[in-house]
Design a protein around this ligand. Sequence first.
Ligand code: SF4
Length: 547
Amino acid sequence: MGVFDYNRRSTLTVNVGNVPMGSEWPVRIQSMTNTMTDDVERSAEQCLRIVEAGGEIVRLTAQGVRQAEAIGMIRNSLRAQGCDVPLVADIHFNPRAAFAAAALTDKVRINPGNFVDPARTFQHLEYTDEEYQAELDKIRETLLPFIALCREHGTAVRLGVNHGSLSDRIMSRYGNTPSGMVESVMEFLRVFVAERFYDIVISMKASNVVVMVEAVRRLVKAMDAEDMHFPLHLGVTEAGFGEDGRIKSAVGIGTLMSEGLGDTIRVSLSEDPEKEIPVARKLVDYIASRAGHAAIEGDYCPGYDPVSPPKRATRLVGEARTPLVVASCDRDLITGALRPDFFAEDLLDLAEPVLVITPDNANIPGSLLQQLHQLEAQGNDCPVVARVKYDDSDLEWLQVKAGADLGPVVMSGLVDGIWIDAPECESQDDVMRIAFGILQAARLRMSKTEFISCPSCGRTLFDLQTTVKRVQAATAHLTHLKIGVMGCIVNGPGEMADADYGYVGAGRGRISRYKNKECVGKDIPEGEAIDHLVALIKQHGDWTDPA
Ligand code: SF4
């Protein structure tokens, strides 16, 4: 198989309850409840809705032993109703909850950033080699009884690293980087492997798609170097909602799946969890449809690093000096701020030649990338635009297909523009928004406010969906900002990682506001919180009045 061919990475099989996972099996689709886990009845009902939508695995948060035990009750309730979906306990900061869940659930997710280590201080701490080793010894000491319990009960484990919730120890040596995420999980993996426990699935998530993609690519390289072949769980965390959430997920997850990575996926949306399933299904089915495509001959151009490719195109068109968007549509239909840089016919009028490449294989990104690498190797110095045509009229399909096809292409750093040709779409504005959304997801061109909102879970302290919409209504014109809306203070501040401002649940009816990672207002009554957020943005000179 050539480097541009679609071919699943070979992995071990891990059984999660009755669902086998790994390269021998279809990519599994999962979601997470957002009910209070100790509300057994409502949680079981939501699990059933996720399963009815097509979810194959359901995760629930377990803040403590009580919630871990509730998952056991939810499992009994589901089994009594004839539903045998595997249940996963999601653990942060509380090994005792993980021990309880190991006996009562099908898989336990632990976060290497906080399983043993306390909450991050966000201060730069120095560790001597002895202090660093002492922490590793403590991790091993805590993991050994956990591994024994999982082995005894046939329970699988997910090691789930999140950008922004790395331990102070990892931060001291690697920073909040993809390399830090990789080392965070490798420290744990080495303990599991030494104990010959292999029922492990790994995730590396970030709300920043570029960071997430690079972290997973680096992880695979690190595991290969140590002869480890564990399945991967893919997801873009805090992806948001609606079109942006779908495009971000399609770009991040789709880019990695195009490289044959990923054995289970979760599309995290700030919506009802069952809404995530059809999006994930589309993504999985679309990528799987590439299997058996005609071989694509070719290699990467000299000097190209697939693990950490250049972050942006180097050969640019026009004044904007950012990747451009082309529309092949009636210009009378285009209105608003998201105008394309060029219409198809305008390309012909340019003084300098622009190359337009189109796929000639069922593996669309593979075909486009092969052409880009070939052009690069031949020393091409003309701008290149990748054009893909879709016959879909359904917008969700277009978001998923275009995100998954063009995500890997724009993230290669070798293309200067994208051209989505979607003649069946009713509104060309929709097509334009999707194209700009893809560039924004890849952090190549920011054209709107970036909302980093968590999907909510049993820790959420307010109605997240309504709140996200209210924050969006107040700040959507601030196109230069990234704004986090997070359900809880336990994980929220870390996981909104690179947000400029944050709105974080601090207690029932109480909000904290953040400037970057610093809390600058605690216990604000929920009813006043958006005004306080706006005031904070004004105070830092980042506010402009809506046009
Ligand atoms: S940030 Fe959101 S999804 Fe993450 S643990 Fe808190 S409430 Fe749950």
